[in-house]
Design a protein around this ligand. Structure first.
Ligand SMILES: *Cc1c(COP(=O)(O)O)cnc(C)c1O
Length: 434
């Protein structure tokens, strides 16, 4: 299947090209040429399939023409070496726990899939591929760990100095090997801008093979649709749906996760609606209210992985719905929360339901409490383990109430290694070429 650019100023490309290039030559985002629907009968029996089996069926719809079945199955099964369970929090609200992977955030799914797909495409090449990834916290660790030790690939993680939690930082600055962490004197948006500019720089692209592992990459973003199908299946198995409608609430920053959910719905997954839960970085919320999209610089919040002022995947949402404000607002509704509201939600859910949310998941939970209608149940995406934000969460629920999982403790013991850089592109470019 070919992939076209949301800007439509450049010819469509193959899957391999879309994955290796990341961003289209006209600065647009790649979109699959077709979104194939499942037959309704698929949903009658989906609860009998395992997560891996469901994910493979979904993957075939996108990648089946380009990757032979056994290889694709291997990539999918390898990627999903951990579960994404659906856990009841109230009688109407479930948490889709996406933090059981190696770096305890949902980005493990897309990053592991992409690393395996890229490795498959590059098997016979002898040029080093440089993966550039800007991170507001969790992308860097998921990508770095997903690609760690993969031959022929070098990963550069760009992150804003002082704006990610200590644990997040340890997860990508302590690895060594083929991973280099660049500590940028700027914001996440500055990091993202450096990466975007690098892809458009002719000299850099002549001398180096560059690719992106941000959610702009189709190999990272499409696999995120897997767990929406699985959540639906698990709730159906419990008899919760389809007698009641299902609403997904997605804590959103760059909107890759939510867009993957919209794709799942286009493939026929019966979802009543998506809630886009934002922190104070609310440009999509404002768009959903007014029809005006006005990106602006991000502000810092305690849900820092959502501190995005110009969400990349918004271009995909516009494209998916042919720029129709009416269609977009019927598929999704926006919510936004201040740090104080987020803290309040973490406290309430912990005290009343004994469930510990991280600051991002808390936004998703809160939106459901406001939006669910009589005949609806809701699933919020618990996008990271609360222990990744121990300081913030313990300040709310009390010291000692956020146990550190073993996987995280192992990272904390490592020693940070990073290269400090300014936010100017020439400095970044000469570092890459040097
Ligand atoms: C990346 C991230 C988000 C935002 O996801 P997008 O796909 O960029 O919208 C939310 N929560 C956590 C914990 C994240 O790491």
């Amino acid at each position: 299947m070919n992939y076209y650019s949301t800007n439509r100023q450049t010819p469509a490309v193959t899957l391999k090209e879309a994955v290796v290039k990341g961003l289209a030559a006209d600065n647009g985002l790649f979109m699959p040429e077709r979104i194939e629907k499942f037959e309704p009968s698929f949903f009658q029996h989906i609860q009998n399939l395992s997560f891996q089996e469901i994910a493979f069926e979904v993957a075939r719809k996108f990648f089946g023409e380009d990757i032979e079945e056994p290889k694709l199955r291997e990539i999918v099964y390898d990627t999903l070496s951990f579960d994404c369970p659906v856990v009841a929090v109230t009688d109407k609200i479930w948490s889709l726990e996406l933090f059981h992977g190696p770096t305890l955030a949902f980005k493990d799914v897309g990053a592991r899939f992409m690393a395996r797909l890229l490795n498959h495409f590059l098997e016979k090449s002898d040029r080093t591929v440089n993966v550039l990834v800007a991170t507001s916290g969790d992308t860097g660790s998921a990508v770095a760990n997903g690609f760690l030790g993969v031959e022929g690939i070098h990963v550069f993680v760009l992150y804003p100095r002082g704006k990610v939690s200590d644990i997040q930082e340890k997860q990508f600055t302590t690895l060594g090997k083929n991973i280099t962490a660049l500590e940028i004197d700027g914001t996440f948006d500055d990091c993202q801008q450096l990466v975007k500019t690098a892809f458009l720089d002719e000299e850099l692209n002549r001398r180096l093979t560059l690719t992106s592992a941000n959610s702009i990459n189709v190999a990272r973003f499409l696999p995120q649709s897997f767990y929406y199908f699985n959540a639906w299946a698990r709730l159906k198995a419990q008899g919760v749906i389809p007698s009641r409608e299902l609403v997904f609430s997605v804590p959103s920053g760059n909107f890759g996760n939510l867009t993957a959910g919209l794709f799942a719905r286009e493939m026929g997954l019966p979802v009543a609606r998506f809630l886009a839960a934002n922190n104070r970085n609310d440009v999509v919320y404002q768009y959903l209210q007014t029809g005006k999209y006005e990106p602006r610089p991000s502000v810092e919040t305690i849900a820092n992985a959502m501190d995005v002022g110009a969400p990349s995947n918004f271009a995909r949402i516009l494209d998916l719905y042919g720029n129709s404000y009416e269609k977009i607002t019927s598929a999704m509704k926006g919510f936004r929360y201040t740090d104080e509201e987020i803290r309040q939600t973490i406290r309430t859910v912990f005290e009343q339901n004994g469930y510990l949310c991280d600051p991002h998941g808390a936004c998703g939970y809160q939106a459901l409490t406001e939006a669910l209608e009589e005949n609806q149940v809701g699933v919020f995406l618990e996008t990271a383990h609360p222990a990744k934000f121990t300081g913030t969460v313990e300040a709310v629920v009390g010291n000692g109430n956020v146990p550190l999982p073993e996987k995280l403790a192992a990272f904390v013991k490592g020693e940070k290694q990073s290269v400090p850089l300014g936010k100017s592109f020439p400095e970044f470019k000469s570092f890459l070429l040097g």
